[in-house]
Design a protein around this ligand. Structure first.
Ligand code: SF4
Length: 394
């Protein structure tokens, strides 16, 4: 295949194409769809930008109010966006106030990292330049995946672009990157010496980007497959999961595997469940399109009963003597739903001190997860206290 170059390698997909250099060209065969969550994120970003513009420029109050009201009229508007954007603003203010030299702030700055990635560019939410430090702050509205700033390739690519943009004016020794993800209470910070970042760009990113656009990319299935547009039909992912699935089911007697093997299977098998769901979605879509998937067919799911006109049916029941109170159920919203509807600040002002935190259900995560390890076993301190108590009783 002839080498090609166009804006194929975006920063947001870099975690994927830096691992699987074959992905970008394969993904071109599949439509790029935008979810409602992505649109919500865009709206929340608009508000973050507006608030930061107001803080850093002489924006008239009337201009701010008009723009804010326009955002509020959007059908995707949610009161919690006012709170989450405030968290972002407060963080950026904190960075600016903590700078030892007068900071220069660039908001929604287009950065060009094509020195490393052909036609590579992106938009950094906020860049703060101060002394020999470059700060990159990124707002994330999603709450499905907690995003870590450490070695985050999207942030690192933005940083490479920002270094390029300001290299004639500034000499940066350190790059600080922050992800502000208020809906999961995540503020993740990480810093790297500029020289190390440039080395990463030249020796890690550049060769992989060149390989990805060359048409000779290598398939590398992994947990990054879950956001790949080719994930339902990718043969490499199929082969990897199929062999792993076979290995898992051939272990007919789980009592014989060691803890080391169990840990390894769990790590390597993370994608199997997601992959099976993707296979099912794909097979259903194809079956509904009239394609035969041997051994499978699409059928109508178990239906449910419903009134043609609920209001009319309830009216009839009441007129027939059924007490209205037994036809309706009054339910409170969940705490999170109330907070979202009322807005975090107002909600906390009113009932914040009435909230207690209940422990969540134990869940298995990878060792790298930041939450502390829990166990049902008593700790040494507890054993010690128990034995002291026993001694005291003697
Ligand atoms: S599904 Fe996974 S292995 Fe296949 S192209 Fe996408 S990222 Fe690569």
């Amino acid at each position: 295949m002839a080498p090609r170059s166009h804006a194929l390698l975006n920063a947001s997909g870099s975690h994927r194409w830096l691992h699987c250099t074959a992905a970008p060209l394969l993904e071109e065969n599949f439509p790029d769809s935008t979810s409602v969550y992505a649109k919500e994120g865009t709206l929340a970003h608009e508000l973050c930008e507006l608030k930061l513009q107001k803080y850093t420029t002489a924006m008239a109050k009337s201009t701010y109010t008009r723009k804010f009201n326009k955002i509020k009229k959007d059908e995707l508007w949610q009161p919690e966006m006012d709170d989450t954007s405030e968290t972002y603003l407060e963080y950026v203010k904190g960075v600016m106030l903590g700078c030892t030299a007068t900071p220069v702030v660039a908001i929604e700055k287009r950065v060009d990292f094509s020195r490393y990635v052909p036609d590579g560019f992106g938009t950094a939410d906020c860049i703060i330049l101060s002394g020999d430090t470059l700060h990159i702050v990124d707002y994330k509205h999603g709450k499905g995946v907690v995003v870590d700033a450490e070695r985050n390739p999207q942030m690192m690519l933005y940083a490479l672009g920002a270094i390029d943009a300001y290299r004639l004016l500034y000499m940066f020794n350190t790059v600080k990157m922050t992800i502000v993800q208020p809906r999961v209470n995540n503020i993740s910070e990480w810093e790297i010496p500029t020289a190390e970042l440039l080395e990463w760009g030249n020796t890690f990113v550049k060769p992989r980007a060149d390989e990805a656009i060359s048409g000779n990319g290598k398939f590398e299935p992994g947990d990054w497959c879950r956001f790949c547009r080719a994930k339902q039909q990718c043969k490499a992912r199929y082969d990897a999961n199929d062999s792993l699935y076979s290995a898992l089911v051939s272990n007919h007697d789980p009592r014989l595997i060691s803890m080391t093997e169990l840990g390894e299977y769990l790590r390597r098998g993370k994608d199997v469940a997601a992959w099976l769901e993707d296979m099912k979605d794909y097979a259903l879509t194809e079956s509904l399109n009239g394609v035969t998937v041997p051994g499978w067919k699409a059928v109508e799911g178990r239906g449910s009963r419903a009134f043609q006109d609920t209001d009319a049916a309830i009216d009839t029941l009441i007129k027939a003597g059924i007490d209205e109170s037994i036809l309706y159920e009054r339910k409170t919203l969940t705490l999170a739903q109330m907070e979202k509807t009322i807005g975090k600040t107002q909600f906390n002002d009113m009932v914040g001190d009435m909230i207690v935190k209940k422990a969540g259900k134990p869940t298995l995560v990878e060792e790298s997860d930041k939450r502390p390890r829990i166990t049902n076993q008593p700790t040494a301190a507890q054993i010690f206290n128990v034995s002291n108590d026993n001694n005291g009783g003697n």
